[in-house]
Ligand binder design. Structure first.
Ligand code: NAG
Ligand code: NAG
Ligand code: NAG
Ligand code: NAG
Ligand code: NAG
Ligand code: NAG
Ligand code: ZN
Length: 870
């Protein structure tokens, strides 16, 4: 070490030692002085080794203020991040959103500059946002003062912090901040300030002296005690700069504004998120600046499955040395991952089908049965969707179970994996049935729900008591068995482990299930290599606590963490090529409706159903004996029976002359779930709804309940029902709700319009359908685009005895809607009429606005009701 450098170090130590006793501002000026000194020396080609351990923490009193921030009550629910992006496609903006999404944080993006900018903060958003992120910090710095004070006020009032990224090529003083930036730099050898209060997931480890990726780094030159460096790095290329940025000098690439100047905390990044350490710090910044409202737990559960035990091709399997190594790896991993145990999936049919050496490997595995966890794959590694007959599937499983019992393999793990994800999703009901019968399976895993990509959207669900967990990808496949031949080169695998995709899979998912194969533990033993290095890297750079749980416990943990994922959301299996490939050839995707008549009840949906069914090109579902002929799939628990069950109500298109299938269930209209579920399974379906005066609908519904012997409806008058107050008996309140809520037309329609575009929705005037159906049916035919026009003026006839339109049959006979429907009842009493007019007034006004927005005409009854308002 040169004398100059020794002197330099001594100087630095003196300042830092002094600083310990000083107030913060003196400390920081000393820090800055030091930086200034360093810059001058740099001109003499001095390259000091700055170590993050030399950075002093701010005094505890200040840190206390920083850590204990006020959390207004309004902001406690539903924390959301407001992200200002440069454009819809900007890559940093997408990286930001990807991380938020992977962490399952809610966010809202706005494009800067945009008119919506700040109104988004002021109006409905009181306390909604817990954090503001600017993809381009200059947009924040250079905001006009009026908007800026609005934002500052919001941040102060709700304790909201700001994150910004600086990617400018320039050097500049940040207006209004005692901070300047210097861009377009190449950096190397960075370190983390161990005193930074931000650190939570990130562990301040010393980084190697490597160069940082890219040459477009910005560093921050600090001039105030409010700024704490979080990450420091040294300049690789000397710059001709003022203030001078010197080769070898150390500068902050991430700074934390503690908010000592104006009460607002900020974290500024001097680059994008391509550098993995910035990504990690970003997560910590999100947690810290949101007052821990957007925080990931430090617990990580990792399960490693080794599938295809006994399946591998001769020459690629494990021999005894490999099995020995596997046991050693497992022990090694237990030091890093609590209770780590490999989970082995076997197909007994292929036992002893390797070379002599490999067969000995099979035997050693079986002698080590107690060291591992075991789960059944499939006896002959067949894909379950190829079995249409459940009993053949059962036979296969029974063979594997016999094998297990013969070799002392435990059979009570209640976990199984299907070859190639087949039958798990899209659901093959035969598989779920057989798994239940033979093995008592409670949990499985797949990469396919809802789709393979993007990985961050993978979810779990529960179907027929089997908990399906999302599985993650670790980059090892059956054929990746040699380090040197890793796709793209071995450095790709190392990159993935060291701060790349695999590392962040563990960081961002509380529970990761990885699939590996027998062959990954023979040959170059890439499986062992990968997980040992991954665990080491996670331990040296994070405070995450790694552990392993048996699959069923893991599944319970998963749905505790993500209870909203319990209910599945079915999709059409043919809409994704990977799904289509594992969909039974004996099934079709076409036994699904082209349109839905959604109700609400008592508006004429049964008559419409009859009229539609008369059309030669339109086919209804076959009736369900249980639910008054309606299938009621999307609104209630029938949904959990799965799409095989639903499709069984429809004829196969190959069997009939038309594929214009439809279904009518009048309770879809006001169901919370139906729009989302319908949009997921039949996104192109057209939706038909019928509206009549909601007061008449309520009355008709009440009469219907009475005629069906509903005890509550029989013991209270209509007026008592509609006008019941909050203290009324619960059964009366429940009846009132069921009577009145479907009449909140706009709220329900808006929910459908969240999932279906307006052109797929047709709103029919029920009064007109009743008095003059032919033109209405013409409109419907046009809306649906049915191939043949059907003349309803000829096909329908008015039955003056019944008082409504019926199907004209031969010899003067008619067919009308059946049973008690259309039964006459006494007119509504004036008191109830007046009450309901008032009750529905606002709803009706909203409906008129909605119809106006959709460009649909107002029905006569609505015009009349609106006139009462004036
Ligand atoms: C606030 O910002 C928006 C756009 O960012 C701009 O249109 C508006 O004029 C600004 N308001 C004021 C008062 O300057
Ligand atoms: C630091 O701040 C002081 C006072 O605010 C100012 O005079 C000086 O120019 C600043 N230095 C830099 C390098 O920005
Ligand atoms: C590890 O597993 C053992 C036995 O299954 C269990 O008793 C113990 O609690 C587990 N340890 C942790 C930290 O979960
Ligand atoms: C299913 O397979 C079993 C035996 O494999 C056979 O007895 C049965 O008839 C088959 N059922 C059907 C519906 O094909
Ligand atoms: C096709 O039609 C025949 C005769 O009506 C019926 O038995 C069969 O179940 C139908 N198949 C399907 C898939 O609908
Ligand atoms: C339908 O039939 C009626 C009565 O026969 C006839 O007047 C009318 O023109 C027909 N409409 C169409 C579109 O064919
Ligand atoms: Zn397999």
């Amino acid at each position: 070490m040169s004398t100059v450098m020794k002197l330099h170090r001594r100087f630095r130590r003196t300042i830092l030692a002094l600083a310990t006793f000083c107030t913060a501002s003196i400390l920081v000026s000393a820090y800055y002085l030091y930086a200034g000194y360093q810059q001058e020396k740099d001109l003499a080609e001095v390259a000091p080794e700055v170590d993050c351990r030399d950075v002093q923490p701010p005094p505890p009193s200040q840190l206390r203020d920083v850590r204990t921030r006020r959390l207004p009550d309004a902001a406690r629910t539903d924390p959301t991040v407001l992200v200002f992006v440069e454009s819809q496609y900007s890559s940093l903006g997408q990286d930001i959103v990807t991380i938020l999404e992977s962490s399952r944080f809610q966010y809202h993006t706005e494009i800067t500059p945009g008119k919506a900018d700040l109104p988004a903060l002021t109006e409905k958003a009181k306390g909604k946002y817990s954090l503001v992120i600017y993809e381009n910090i200059l947009k924040y710095i250079n905001m006009d003062s009026w908007n800026r004070s609005l934002l500052d006020k919001y941040c102060l009032e709700y304790g909201v912090g700001v994150i910004g990224f600086s990617r400018t090529g320039e050097k500049a003083q940040l207006t209004g901040f005692p901070l300047s930036i210097h861009g377009s730099l190449a950096l190397k050898g960075c370190c983390i300030n161990p005193h930074s209060p931000l650190l939570r997931v990130t562990k301040a480890s010393k980084l190697e002296k490597d160069s940082l990726p890219g040459t477009d780094w910005t560093v921050f030159l600090i001039n105030h005690s409010t700024y704490q460096p979080v990450v420091l790095a040294r300049v690789r290329t000397p710059m001709n700069a003022s203030p001078p940025v010197a080769k070898g000098a150390s500068y902050a690439t991430v700074v934390h504004d503690l908010g000592l100047r104006d009460g607002i905390q900020r974290v500024l990044f001097g680059n994008n998120l391509n550098f993995w350490l910035h990504k990690l710090i970003f997560l910590d910044a999100v947690s810290f600046l949101s007052g821990k409202r957007l925080t990931l737990s430090l617990d990580r559960y990792v399960l490693v499955d080794i599938d295809d035990i006994f399946v591998g091709k001769e020459g690629t399997r494990m021999n005894t040395n490999d099995v020995q190594a596997l046991l050693e790896t497992q022990n090694l991993l237990r030091a890093q991952i609590t209770n780590f145990t490999f989970n082995l999936g076997y197909s007994g049919k292929f036992y002893h089908t390797g070379t002599e050496e490999e067969d000995k490997g099979d035997d050693l595995l079986l002698r080590s049965v107690d060291e591992f966890w075991w789960f059944p794959h499939m006896w002959s590694h067949m894909q379950p969707h190829l079995f249409h007959n459940e009993s053949s599937l059962v036979e296969q499983m029974v063979l594997n179970k016999k094998f297990a019992l013969e070799h002392g393999i435990p059979t009570d793990g209640a976990y199984a994996v299907a070859p190639h994800h087949s039958g798990v999703y899209p659901v093959h009901r035969q598989l779920y049935g057989a798994w239940g019968k033979v093995w008592g399976i409670r949990t499985t895993s797949t990469e396919e729900y809802p789709h393979l990509k993007p990985a961050r959207h993978r979810k779990g669900f529960i179907h027929r008591n089997i908990m399906v967990l999302p599985r993650q990808t670790c980059g090892l496949f059956t054929h990746t068995i040699f380090y040197k031949e890793y796709p793209g080169g071995p450095q790709e695998l190392d990159k993935s482990i060291q701060g790349g995709e695999l590392f962040f899979t563990v960081v961002l998912n509380p529970i990761s299930i990885f699939m590996t194969h027998l062959s990954n533990y023979g040959n170059d033993r890439l499986g062992s290599y990968t997980f040992v290095h991954l665990a080491n890297f996670v331990q040296s750079w994070t405070h995450l606590q790694l552990q392993t749980l048996p699959p069923v416990q893991l599944a319970h943990k998963y749905f505790e963490l993500f209870p909203e994922q319990r209910d599945p959301l079915w999709q059409n299996p043919c809409d994704d090529k990977r799904h289509r490939d594992i969909w039974s050839k004996e099934k079709t995707c076409d036994r699904l409706p082209k349109f839905l008549v959604i109700g609400p009840p008592k508006t004429g949906t049964t008559a419409l159903h009859l009229f539609l069914a008369m059309h030669p090109s339109i086919l209804s579902n076959s009736p369900s004996p249980k639910t008054f002929e309606e299938v009621q799939f999307f609104n209630r628990n029938n949904y959990h029976r799965g799409i095989d069950w639903y499709m069984d109500f429809f004829p196969a298109p190959s069997n009939v002359t038309t594929d214009f299938l439809f279904e009518k269930s009048a309770n879809y209209f006001h169901s919370e779930e139906a729009p989302r579920r319908a949009a997921s399974l039949v996104p192109k379906a057209k939706i038909i709804t019928i509206l009549i005066d909601p007061s008449d609908r309520a009355y008709s519904w009440y009469q219907h309940q009475r005629s069906h012997e509903d005890p509550a409806a029989r013991s209270f008058s209509f007026y008592q029902v509609v006008s019941a107050g909050p203290r009324a008996p619960p059964e009366l309140r429940a009846l009132q709700k069921r009577c009145l809520v479907p009449g909140w037309y706009t709220s329900h329609l808006e929910r459908w319009l969240l999932y279906f575009p307006p052109f797929q929705l047709l709103i029919i005037d029920g009064q007109q359908l009743r008095t003059d159906p032919a033109p209405v049916m013409d409109d419907i035919q046009k809306f649906l685009g049915v191939p043949h026009h059907y003349n309803y003026s000829e096909a329908l006839t008015f039955d003056s005895h019944k008082g409504f339109w019926c199907q004209r049959l031969e010899e003067g006979k008619t067919k009308c809607v059946g049973g008690g429907r259309g039964r006459r009842h006494p007119p509504m009493d004036p008191q109830s009429r007046a009450f309901l007019s008032g009750y529905y007034r606002d709803h009706n006004v909203e409906l008129s606005r909605l119809l106006h927005r959709l460009g649909q005409p107002l029905p006569a009854w609505l015009r009349q009701e609106l006139q009462k308002v004036r």
